[in-house]
Design a protein around this ligand. Structure first.
Ligand SMILES: O=c1ccn([C@H]2C[C@H](O)[C@@H](COP(=O)(O)OP(=O)(O)OP(=O)(O)O)O2)c(=O)[nH]1
Length: 153
C-alpha cells in the first residue's frame, strides 16, 4: 500500500507546506551538473564520472537539450519496511523533459540525485519542484548500506 504525503513528509527534512501533496512530497532541484568524464561500471564495483556544477543565472538554469545530473534539495530517509519511488512532475513531461530515477531502498539517508533528460530547451529555477517522492510498504532483507549512504548531507 502507498502511504500518504504527510507520512512521506514526516521522513524528510525541512519542507515548505506547498511540497506536501496528497500522495507524496515534491522534491526540489538544488544543483545541476554536467558529466565531463566517463564513469565505469564493472562486475564488482563502479565509479561515478567527474562532473561540473552549472551556475544558475538570475536563479534559473537555462538548459539546452542533453542529459544532466540533478541533486535534490531535501534530506531523505527511507524508513524500514518501505520503498521509495520518485516520479517526475508532469509539467516536466509537458515541456519535453524527463527525470530518470532508480529504487530508493529502505534505510537510505541522503540528498539523492537523478538524471534529467532535456529534449527541448527549458529554464528551471533553483529550488523549483521537479519531482514527487512516494513511499510504499515493502518487505526487505537488510537495509541500504551502499556507497551512497549519507551522501550530500
Ligand atoms: O533515482 C534515485 C534512486 C535512488 N537514489 C538513492 C537511494 C538508493 O537507496 C541509493 C542507491 O541506489 P542503488 O542501490 O540503485 O545504487 P547502486 O548503483 O546499486 O550503488 P550501491 O551498490 O553503492 O548502492 O541511491 C537516488 O539518489 N536516486
Amino acid at each position: 500500500m502507498f502511504k500518504s504525503g504527510q507520512f512521506v513528509a514526516d521522513h524528510l527534512g525541512e519542507l515548505r507546506e506547498t511540497q506536501v501533496q496528497p500522495n507524496g512530497v515534491d522534491l526540489t532541484v538544488d544543483a545541476v551538473f554536467e558529466q565531463t568524464e566517463p564513469g565505469r561500471i564493472g562486475r564488482d564495483g563502479k565509479t561515478v564520472g567527474e562532473r561540473r556544477e552549472l551556475a544558475p543565472e538570475d536563479g534559473y538554469y537555462s538548459l539546452p537539450s542533453g542529459g544532466y545530473i540533478v541533486r535534490y534539495g531535501e534530506q531523505i530517509t527511507i524508513p524500514a519496511d518501505h520503498i521509495g519511488f520518485l516520479y517526475p512532475r508532469s509539467s516536466l513531461l509537458r515541456n519535453s523533459c524527463m527525470l530518470d530515477t532508480a529504487v530508493w531502498d529502505a534505510g537510505y539517508e541522503g540528498r539523492g540525485e537523478g538524471l534529467l533528460e532535456v529534449f527541448h530547451e527549458i529554464d528551471i529555477e533553483r529550488g523549483a519542484r521537479i519531482a514527487q517522492l512516494v513511499f510504499a510498504d515493502a518487505a526487505h532483507v537488510d537495509s541500504y548500506d551502499g556507497s551512497y549512504q549519507g551522501e550530500n548531507l
